[in-house]
Ligand binder design. Structure first.
Ligand SMILES: [Zn+2]
Ligand SMILES: [Zn+2]
Length: 327
């Protein structure tokens, strides 16, 4: 059985589809397993991971401002420290903003239409770039994947916020590892008492209570945070580059897996060098929603809630009427 199809289409698909296996009992068992998986991923794992993302980002930010920046202020000039502080605040605002938007904005409900082909679960029109997500229980236009870290699908409705969250998080983790190397080196890698956090004469008001927990606590905290940022930088950075490539090529991850884009299949070199294509700029202007006078500096570099240019159905029943992408 194609477990990917089962994941997308849910337990009814497994129960009713003969390709799921000839033994009816096995089909029932698999149906209940998929049902359990849906419940587990959406209601338990997903909610826990959203809480974990907020907690871990808050923890890293706290460590950056209470340990890393004070420690580095002895090595770096005041100007550099202030630039780091301002840039870090800018990144934190963008990371939280885009994570909140990515995890709460509807992923991309299609407009109501009875035109065939219909989704066999929603009974609504299902265009070629639309896929039904069994976890979310709805069709998603330009579905990229169901992301457990935001507990919903990444689709036409929230893909820009997801990409910006992933991008800002990658830059933030790189900055933490780059600027905080001497903090990591002197407090964990080669700790010498006179160069450790609690022994260099820092006078901020939180230092006494932080140091009352001992050098080992500071070492462990620095080690955990630094490793976490390094791991996130490589994993999320890889996801960011992968997303950039897919979007540049007008593809989505689910679409690629399901072979929807066979007419767009190109050579590996073309896939890896999308900027050579003549429509590269237009693809990105559409993806980022930079129409109707919107600009990169105001609507992408700064937090912006502007809706995508694809016509979608929102909670308020409204949609942007002007279709700009071929969906
Ligand atoms: Zn559907
Ligand atoms: Zn989903």
């Amino acid at each position: 059985m194609d477990s990917f199809d089962a994941f997308l289409n849910g337990p009814e698909y497994v129960l009713n589809n003969r390709r799921s296996g000839r033994c009816p009992r096995l089909r029932v068992c698999m149906g209940y397993f998929v049902l359990f998986l849906e419940f587990f991923v959406r209601n338990l794992l997903g909610k826990f991971l959203v809480f974990a993302v907020y907690s871990l980002v808050s923890f890293v930010v706290t460590v950056a401002f209470t340990i890393l920046l004070p420690y580095e202020s002895l090595r770096l000039s005041q100007v550099v420290i202030w630039i780091l502080v301002v840039f870090a605040i800018y990144l934190v605002i963008n990371i939280f903003y885009h994570y909140r938007k990515a995890s709460t904005t509807p992923s991309g409900r299609p407009l109501r239409s009875n035109e065939p082909p219909l989704c066999n679960r929603c009974r609504n029109h299902k265009s070629i770039h639309t896929h039904h997500c069994s976890m979310c229980g709805e069709c998603v236009v330009n579905m990229d994947h169901h992301c457990v870290w935001i507990n919903r699908c990444v689709g036409a409705g929230n893909h820009r916020h997801f990409l910006q969250f992933v991008g800002f998080l990658t830059i933030g983790c790189f900055l933490f590892c780059f600027a905080g190397y001497s903090t990591f080196y002197n407090n964990y890698w080669r700790p010498v008492e006179k160069t450790m956090f609690c022994h260099i004469g820092l006078d901020s008001f939180w230092i006494p209570s932080l140091c009352s927990m001992g050098d080992d606590f500071i070492s462990a905290t620095v080690f955990f945070t630094y490793c976490l940022c390094a791991i996130i930088f490589f994993l999320v950075g890889g996801l960011f580059v992968w997303n950039l490539l897919l979007i540049s090529n007008g593809q989505t991850y689910v679409g690629l897996l399901k072979g929807d884009y066979s007419h767009l299949k190109r050579s590996t070199t073309e896939f890896l060098t999308p900027w050579r294509r003549p429509d590269f700029r237009e693809v990105w202007i559409d993806f980022l929603g930079l129409r109707k006078g919107r600009t990169f500096w105001r609507h992408i570099a700064l937090p912006s809630a502007h809706r995508p240019t694809v016509p979608l159905r929102w909670d308020d029943g409204k949609f942007d009427a002007e279709p700009l992408l071929d969906v």
